[in-house]
Each structure stands twice: as C-alpha cells, then as structure tokens.
Design a protein around this ligand. Structure first.
Ligand code: ADP
Length: 290
C-alpha cells in the first residue's frame, strides 16, 4: 500500500505549498501501472504507482513528458515528482480532465509543430519503455542503423528469447539487412516523437486543446508516429490533410508505415503472444516482397 501521507509531504515540499486534507480515488484504464487521482483542496493530481524497481521507467516517462512540454507545441501533463516510497515507485503529474478525441485540425497542427522540433541525431537522452519492454535510445546519426539495431533487431532478439518460431526471426533478420531499400529517395530528420501514439494516449482537455500522454519519446522519423496512429484506429483523412500542410508527408510513407508498425506488432507479440506473431510474420513477408 502506498503511504499517501508521506507522498503528500514530499509533494508539498516539491511544490512549496502546504497540502491540506486530501483523498485518493483509484482510476482504471492503464495497461502497466496502478493509477490514482489525488484530490487536495482545489487541486487534482494524477499519480501512477508501480514496484520500486520500475522507478527508472517513471523517470524516463518524466523526461519524455518534459521534452514535449518544453517544445511548447502540444499539451502534456506537467510532471511534479518521480520517486519511491518504501517498495513502491510513483510518478505525480497534473490531472487533466480528458474529454473525448482531439479535434483533427488542432491535433494535426500541434503534432506537426512538435515533429518540427529537430535534434542533430536519432535517439533520446535516456532509454525508456514501450509498453513494459525496454526501448533503447542510444544516439545515432544514421536512422537506418538506429531502426535496425535499436528497434527491429532488439525485438527480434526478444522474440528469439521468448521462443518464437525461427521462421519469423530468420525472415525478420533478412528484412533487417535490406532496410536501405525503403530509404533510397528519403532521408528522415530526427523529429521529437511521442513514440507510442495510439488512440488510447490522445485526448482533449476541457478547452478542446489536444493532449497527449504516456509517451515513449525519442528523436526519430516523424512517419513512425504517424504510422502508430494508424495501427490501432485512425485519426481520419482530415488529420492527414492538415498535417501535410504543416509537415509534408513523403510519397513513400505507405511502405515505411508497415515497417514502422512492425516494431509495435513485434512488441505486442513479445508482450502478449497470441496472434501478433503471425501478424508480424505476414508484415515481414510483405516488406520482403517490396
Ligand atoms: P499506463 O502507463 O498504465 O498505460 P496511462 O498513462 O495510459 O497508464 O493512463 C491510464 C489512463 O488514465 C489513460 O487512459 C487516461 O484516460 C488517464 N490519464 C492518463 N494521464 C492522465 C492525466 N495526467 N490526467 C488525467 N487522466 C489521465
């Protein structure tokens, strides 16, 4: 059980504000962590809780949310505190009243602006997690090498350890050797990415501003975020039309979309098994035939 009194004292110190009486309300819906709304006077906080060994996951989530917030392009929850209380780790952030899906025009404009925040190299200041799987973000100036080693081959290696069919892994490794063909006339720049932008990590605040949360940030090809938005759900044609006005989408996107989503499908196979391994194999076969 979380020692809420002690967490409240740490939060009061961090915010340099006394915390009066507060109550906690469990929130359902997350995949990885326990979540609570902490209500205190007129303020509300969103608190994630997990085992203390997973503090680095929360520290990395804070780094991602801070990076997006500092870009000043799209609303994310402000993070106040990441720490441990006994054998539990916690992440305390601003509670945002989320209502429905973001407006396509505003979301497309804000996301394109975020993707226009560039870095010199691909990667991020720290490793983080995608779902609960480690995601390696060592900086690399070469996108193909970055995607090959730190995304595709990392998941294939996990699949091997998880005992998946060698046919899948061999085909995946063959694909890894031919990634150059997807980039013959396209050179991505290192854009600030959310990294896990499925529809469950998007919303709108009470003023209708788009909000994104639960990121797995890194600097990478902006198409990787767009592809993930099409994997589980779809933001609609209007979104893409507006986005394209602010950050043109290359003609080869539809081929690379499969390649980028393969990473998430492999990750789902590694996390949940089931039909995801067969789906990954079908994607690999298609990509090999391009
Ligand atoms: P997990 O890391 O366990 O996947 P999420 O970050 O996805 O958890 O959060 C779980 C749910 O809580 C989300 O689907 C969303 O509806 C809600 N949520 C997330 N962040 C906030 C926030 N800062 N304020 C209010 N609700 C939030």
């Amino acid at each position: 059980m979380m020692n809420w009194q002690s967490l409240g004292a740490s939060l009061a110190q961090q915010l340099q504000q006394p915390m009066g009486e507060f109550r906690t309300v469990p929130i359902h819906g997350g995949d990885i962590n326990q979540a609570f709304r902490l209500e205190c006077d007129q303020r509300k906080f969103f608190v994630k809780v997990n085992r203390s060994e997973l503090l680095s996951m929360f520290v990395a989530e804070k780094a991602g949310l801070d990076a997006i917030r500092h870009s000043g392009t799209i609303r994310v929850p402000e993070v106040y505190l990441a720490g441990c209380e006994g054998d539990l780790a916690y992440l305390v952030m601003e509670y945002i009243e989320l209502g429905g899906r973001p407006d396509a025009d505003r979301f497309a404009t804000a996301l394109a602006a975020m993707h226009r925040c560039f870095h010199e190299q691909f990667g991020f200041e720290c490793d983080n997690t995608i779902g609960s799987t480690p995601q390696i973000n060592t900086f690399n100036a070469d996108w193909i090498q970055f995607w090959r080693r730190q995304r595709l081959e990392f998941q294939l290696e996990l699949a091997r350890k998880n005992g998946f069919d060698t046919r899948l892994i061999d085909a995946g490794n063959r694909l890894a050797e031919t990634l150059g063909k997807f980039f013959e006339s396209y050179q991505p720049r290192p854009s600030l990415l959310h990294g896990d932008l499925w529809s469950g990590n998007q919303g709108a605040d009470e003023q209708g501003n788009p909000v994104i949360f639960d990121p797995a940030c890194y600097f990478g090809d902006h198409e990787a975020d767009l592809a993930m938005m099409e994997l589980f759900g779809h933001p609609g044609q209007r979104f893409f039309a507006i986005y394209n006005e602010h950050f043109p989408i290359d003609a080869g996107y539809s081929e690379r979309r499969e390649l980028y989503n393969l990473y998430h499908v492999l990750n789902h196979a590694n996390l949940f098994g089931g039909g995801y391994a067969a789906q990954a194999e079908r994607i690999i076969e298609r990509l090999l035939s391009f």
